[in-house]
Each structure stands twice: as structure tokens, then as C-alpha cells.
Ligand binder design. Structure first.
Ligand code: G1P
Length: 283
């Protein structure tokens, strides 16, 4: 099984784009058909043999904790009615007690800050980061593909895909090394910049929310936090920590096989719902 044992799930975001739905409910609990976004990424991580799942949460995120625990009254009720297929449905994603750890980000200071909050669990080992907003339908899962690439050839791996030039300012954008063919699955990169303007972007190769990272990225994040080195949007950026490590560690933009939907946007969420509905024969 994989040498990546820890995955970090930053789930502290406010979900502003989905208000009012996300006023009292975490955006990660929005369902694609009947399954919350967070459950998809947890299952993607478990499929790689990941044993420690760290959720970096915020206030109002209790529904996520409850989702990964027993709901005795509901289970007893379903059992009494012999609805065993539903009993299975509410239990099968729970995992082992102690597998999921929760820590609070306390202040919304950016993705890098959220990942840094998991430092005491990650310690000195390579780790994965998964963003539930990026829904990826892939078999094997996107993270499994990246872990396989990492194990064959270690380094920092960032899931990536080409986006339209007018959308580069929504993403971390990679700068491929000279001589790298755009068709390669793992493209070695020499630069990375968070949310550049279309004029400044070094390419259209955008980072998508799956990362396999060496522990030195966490050390870089600690430096950014202790020096209050805020990047794009005035936030502590994961992109900046990874970029700082490029001279020391081979860093790859990884073209995954699969279909990605931006479930941080309404249109992406609707498209993901339509895609999964069709796949399950519901429409
Ligand atoms: C984050 C990262 C960005 C990445 C994106 C992928 O941005 O900071 O580098 O390209 O996720 O979804 P966010 O969507 O949190 O603004």
C-alpha cells in the first residue's frame, strides 16, 4: 500500500457563492445527487490506502463531523423497519474510529494557512491535500493516479489541466520547464503563480485541487505564516510554499485522466449533478 498515509481536507471556507444554501450548512455537504462533496474526496483518499484524514474546519461545520459518525436514532429506526440498504448507506463511509481528525483553522487566512493547521499530524512525511470543491470523476481516482506517479518518481505533484486564458486568474498557474511536451502526463515545472492576470500568466496550465506534497512544503508554509508572508488576495497561499520549493524538489503538473467539475461555482455544480445523474441512469 501507499507510503502516503495522511490527507488534509481544508473545509473551513465560507461557501459564499452558494448562499443562502450554505448559511447554516457547510458547502462541502452539498450533494451531487445524494452524496456530499466531502464524501467523494474522503473515498478517493481511502482508495489510496490513506489512514489519517485531517479535516481543517471552521465554525458552523459540525454537519461534517456528524456525517462521519454514527447517527444511532436514524440507524435504529431504519433497522426496525428492515431498511437494511439504507442502514448500509449511512454506515459504509464511516471508516475506523480515530481515522478522522478535526482541527479548527480559527481564521480564514487562506488555503496555505489551512494546510499549515494540519502540521502536527503531517509531521515529517509526504502528504496529500484534497479540495472537495474540485469534483473529479475518474477511475482509478485522481489521487490514486498521482500517488502512483509519486511512488515511481518522488517530488511534489499538483493535479493540472489546461483552462481558457480568461479563466487563469481563478487558479494557481504552472510554468512548464523548457522542453517539456504539453502532452506528457507529468510535466516538470519551473514556476507557479497564484491567480495571475491573463497577461501575466506563464501558461494556461491550471492547478486543480489534488496535491501530493513532500514535508518540506509544510516547512515552507510555517515560514510563510511566521513571517506573515501573504500572497494573492492577502492570504497565506499553498501555491507560494510549493513555488518556493521548486529549486529544491522536482515539481510536476500532473495531467490526470478523468473529468473535473468546478463545484465551487454554480454552473460546475449543476454540470457535475447532470453528469452523475446521467451516469447513474436517473435521467
Ligand atoms: C485554490 C488554489 C489554487 C487552485 C484552486 C483549484 O484556489 O489556491 O491554486 O488552482 O484551488 O481549485 P481557490 O479555488 O481556493 O480560490
Amino acid at each position: 500500500m501507499s507510503i502516503i498515509k495522511t490527507a488534509v481536507f481544508p473545509v473551513g471556507g465560507l461557501g459564499t457563492r452558494f448562499l443562502p444554501a450554505t448559511k447554516a450548512m457547510p458547502k462541502e455537504m452539498l450533494p451531487i445527487v445524494d452524496t456530499p462533496l466531502i464524501q467523494f474526496v474522503v473515498e478517493e483518499a481511502r482508495a489510496c490506502g490513506i489512514e489519517r484524514l485531517v479535516f481543517v474546519t471552521g465554525r458552523q461545520k459540525h454537519a461534517i463531523e456528524n456525517h462521519f459518525d454514527h447517527m444511532y436514532e436514524l440507524e435504529a429506526n431504519l433497522q426496525a423497519k428492515s431498511k437494511m440498504e439504507y442502514v448500509k448507506l449511512v454506515r459504509e463511509h464511516l471508516g475506523e474510529p480515530g481515522e478522522i481528525l478535526f482541527t479548527r483553522q480559527m481564521s480564514p487566512s487562506g488555503l496555505g494557512h489551512a494546510v499549515w493547521c494540519a502540521r502536527h499530524v503531517v509531521q515529517d512525511s509526504p502528504f496529500a491535500v484534497l479540495l472537495a470543491d474540485d469534483f473529479i470523476d475518474a477511475e482509478p481516482g485522481c489521487l490514486a493516479q498521482m500517488v502512483e506517479a509519486y511512488e515511481a518518481n518522488p517530488g511534489n505533484y499538483l493535479a493540472a489541466m489546461q483552462v481558457d486564458r480568461d479563466k487563469v486568474d481563478r487558479y494557481g498557474i504552472a510554468e512548464p520547464q523548457d522542453g517539456q511536451s504539453p502532452g506528457q502526463q507529468s510535466v516538470r515545472i519551473q514556476g507557479l503563480v497564484e491567480k495571475p492576470s491573463p497577461e501575466e500568466a506563464p501558461s494556461r496550465l491550471a492547478v486543480i485541487g489534488r496535491y501530493v506534497l513532500e514535508p518540506e512544503v509544510m516547512t515552507r508554509l510555517s515560514q510563510l505564516v511566521s513571517n506573515s508572508q501573504r500572497g494573492a488576495g492577502g492570504e497565506i497561499q499553498l501555491t507560494d510554499a510549493i513555488a518556493a520549493e521548486i529549486p529544491n524538489c522536482p515539481t510536476y503538473a500532473y495531467h490526470f485522466d478523468g473529468q473535473r467539475f468546478d463545484c465551487g461555482s454554480k454552473i460546475g455544480f449543476v454540470q457535475a449533478t447532470a453528469h452523475m445523474s446521467a451516469k447513474r441512469g436517473l435521467v
